[in-house]
Design a protein around this ligand. Structure first.
Ligand SMILES: C[S@@+](CC[C@H](N)C(=O)[O-])C[C@H]1O[C@@H](n2cnc3c(N)ncnc32)[C@H](O)[C@@H]1O
Length: 314
């Protein structure tokens, strides 16, 4: 695993997987009271082991569709295809891409060394996957060279950053692309029904009607597909196509309970920290809702916004 941070724009210090991580949160750290920083690497390090059991399942469904959309805009079977996955996590997209297009070299980047270690632990022998620890707010550097990639991918990650179009994130990402290269982004679509949040909120309110849930996302993040599509157009991407896809979070009752109470996912930690009553009662109510409203955890709604586009003309 290589390591790169753009030190001119980011206060993070260099580190390797063997050295201890001593870093400040990136420059976009949350300032809103009660909202933790989703770009704090250690938050994700501790979620890595169980990520694929629940959230990864939904991400992979979105990733499969996103790869097909990107391939139709610019074939991934082309001889010079070269992909980067920003905020790759445990590799929901990276592994799907490697299995469908084994000849394509893929650079998987993430701010969390723990997530990338898990990605490589799941790696198939002989694949062309390499990893680099990097902040996706300023990803150019190291193996992520300017103009090196035919395809820039990112799934379920860009929502940790505020206003990705107007604050320059997408401009940074487009620098990674060759002329006519393709950007392909997936986000959670919280403008659609979101089962995991609804189950938590309803369970809490049944125990304490005055409960106020934490924000689903950091301030000024994209919440749904229309913002993603508009953001790409504002940033100058061409031939933009976007769609909402239903993923479901159909992990079953036990799977949902494990995700919420044991996985260490930052979203669940945030939720649990925001409730000041009896969490045992919330869990009991959650079990009732899963049984009575969500088909025993087999019908939990969750959608993604997916969009692709071609690099802006320079
Ligand atoms: C919800 S997970 C998505 C992982 C994967 N792409 C997927 O679809 O399953 C969000 C990922 O974004 C990473 N992340 C958060 N802030 C980041 C940043 N500033 N730069 C790079 N990665 C970041 C986290 O470490 C985590 O792996």
């Amino acid at each position: 695993m290589s390591v790169f941070f753009n030190l001119t724009s980011n206060p993070l210090t260099l580190f390797s997987t063997t050295s201890r991580l001593e870093t400040k949160p990136p420059q976009f750290a949350m300032t809103t009271k009660g909202v933790s920083n989703p770009s704090e690497p250690t938050q994700w390090d501790s979620a890595a082991a169980q990520y694929n059991d629940a959230v990864g399942r939904s991400s992979r469904i979105g990733a499969t569709r996103l790869i097909a959309m990107a391939d139709s805009l610019s074939p991934l079977s082309a001889a010079d295809a070269h992909a980067i996955d920003l905020g790759a996590g445990t590799g929901s997209l990276t592994h799907q891409l490697a299995s469908s297009f084994p000849a394509v070299p893929i650079l998987a980047t993430d701010i969390s060394p723990g997530m990338l270690e898990q990605l490589m632990a799941l790696n198939v022998r002989g694949s062309k996957i390499t990893t680099q620890v990097a902040d996706m707010a300023a990803p150019v550097g190291g193996e992520a060279a300017e103009g090196a990639f035919s395809h820039v991918f990112s799934t379920m990650a860009i929502q940790v950053l505020p206003e990705p179009a107007s604050e320059g994130t997408l401009a940074q990402w487009s620098r990674l692309l060759k002329p006519d290269g393709v950007i392909a982004i997936a986000i959670w679509d919280f403008d659609e029904d979101c089962g995991p949040h609804a189950i938590w909120n309803d369970a809490c309110r049944a125990v304490d009607p005055s409960y106020v849930p934490p924000p689903q996302l950091p301030p000024r993040s994209w919440t749904g597909c229309s913002q993603l599509e508009e953001g790409l157009k504002v940033a100058g991407f061409r031939d933009v196509q976007a769609e909402v896809t239903h993923l479901g979070f159909d992990v079953g009752k036990e799977g949902f309970l494990r995700f919420f109470w044991e996985s260490g996912n930052p979203m669940t930690l945030e939720c649990r920290g925001s409730f000041h009553g009896d969490l045992g009662k919330v869990r009991t109510e959650m079990e009732r809702l899963l049984d009575e409203v969500y088909g025993g955890g087999s019908k939990i709604p969750l959608s993604a916004g997916l969009a692709v586009g071609r690099r802006p003309d320079t």
